[in-house]
Ligand binder design. Structure first.
Ligand code: ATP
Ligand code: MG
Length: 382
């Protein structure tokens, strides 16, 4: 899930959503350290000492990532634990199956050339630290930051053109490699009888919207966009293993090449276009807010036309209906932003606006996409 970016003054258009990150869901890492050490000892088969444990800066919204320094067998083991959100604490998503994510990552590691972090163990129960968690090896490298977004100035804006092109090319190839894997049907929900994989995805997004608005006012824009999606739904039965949160902010890079692909919570069976569009839509989001703030950002990076062409070459497959998928990806992200803001209101960190659409930071983009005018505004870098 994209981190909710804290933005500088001027980056956010007036009457757009206030940004707030609910802090009530944070984990007390010091309290879980002893139980974690005992569990690791059991798994490793030799005594484990936890020499350091902390939450990273700029951590995500839907689960907690914990940095753990462990020691066993006479060697240091730099680890990362991903802890499931507390279902009683107004989570971002209605349900969360971390053990399934663990098995999905293992599958990707075994069946594709896409790099995943070294996987240690998964704890599906809540007895150990109060929530399910998975443990993986910590991979060194750089991640394009969400907070502040990499477009506002980061190792990526400071890199030279050639290195950025290399990163783009290599990442697109990694995505194509994921899509080339057989679908792990036991790990991902199947469409219903007579339903296309894309229609199943739309149905689940609609269910997410109903759940999100179960006790707050609905958004006219999101409902208009959902109606647009139904009217414009491509009649395709295509499906591949989609990564879901397929964007550069979920990749650890070493020398501009993917060293680990993270964040499998949105993985799904869907047309390949969904992942390609998600990556483009999220870059456009970060680029648009940079430009609104008067920052140049990276207008020539991750350009729609370049990414689509690179992807088609890498995958040996044509992309269809990308205008639809880009609008759909923008709607999906708008729903997540709406949900995040609803949580912030529930936590008392923001007020319910008079117009529910003002909870959606990318509302202007979504409206322009539905109207078919967004890409004209992007100009030569579309
Ligand atoms: N195996 C790993 N090695 C090194 N760093 C990691 C690893 N896994 C996660 N991280 C760090 O934790 C951050 C968050 O990880 P991840 O993208 O999986 O979840 P998230 O986006 O924070 O959470 P969510 O998507 O659930 O809201 C990463 O950006 C990275 O800094
Ligand atoms: Mg992430």
């Amino acid at each position: 899930m994209p981190e909710h970016p804290d933005l500088p003054d001027g980056a956010v258009p007036e009457n757009s959503a206030e940004l707030a990150k609910p802090s009530a869901s944070r984990l007390d890492v010091k309290a879980i350290a002893p139980a974690l050490a005992a569990w690791l000892t059991d798994k490793a088969g030799s005594p484990v000492t936890v020499t350091g444990i902390h939450l990273p800066d700029g951590n995500g919204m839907s689960s907690e990532t914990v940095i753990v320094d462990a020691q066993w067998g006479g060697a240091p083991h730099p680890l990362v634990a991903r802890v499931a959100p507390d279902p009683n604490n107004d989570p971002l998503f209605a349900s969360y199956d971390l053990d399934n994510q663990f098995r999905l990552m293992a599958y990707v590691g075994q069946r594709t050339t896409a790099p995943v972090p070294p996987l240690y163990w998964s704890e599906p129960g809540t007895d150990i630290i109060g929530a399910p968690f998975i443990v993986m090896g910590r991979v060194d490298g750089d991640i394009p930051p969400d907070v502040l977004p990499y477009t506002f100035g980061s190792w990526l804006t400071e890199a030279d053109e050639q290195d950025r092109r290399r990163l783009q090319h290599q990442t697109v190839h990694t995505l194509a490699a994921i899509h080339a894997a057989p679908i792990p049907v036991d790990l991902l929900p199947a469409p219903r009888a007579g339903e296309s994989p894309l229609a199943a995805h739309v149905r689940r997004l609609t269910e997410f919207y109903r759940w999100t608005t179960r006790d707050c006012p609905g958004s006219p824009l999101l409902e208009r966009a959902l109606a647009w999606v139904h009217e414009n739904l491509p009649a395709t039965q295509d499906e591949v293993l989609c990564w879901g949160d397929a964007r550069i902010g979920n990749v650890i890079y070493q020398d501009f090449v993917p060293a680990a692909v993270l964040d499998w919570e949105m993985a799904t069976r869907a047309p390949r276009e969904l992942d390609v569009a998600w990556g483009i839509a999220l870059h456009r989001f970060f680029q648009d807010i940079a430009q609104l703030a008067g920052v140049a950002g990276l207008p020539a990076f991750w350009r729609r036309a370049d990414v689509e062409r690179d992807y088609e070459q890498a995958a040996g497959a044509r992309l269809h209906d990308m205008d639809f998928y880009l609008t759909y990806a923008t709607l999906y992200y708008a729903m997540i932003l709406f949900r995040i803001q609803t949580r912030a209101i529930d936590f008392g960190q923001a007020d319910e606006p008079a117009n529910p659409d003002d909870k959606i930071l990318n509302q202007a983009t979504l409206a322009a996409m539905i109207a078919g005018t967004y890409w004209d505004g992007v100009g030569e870098n579309r």
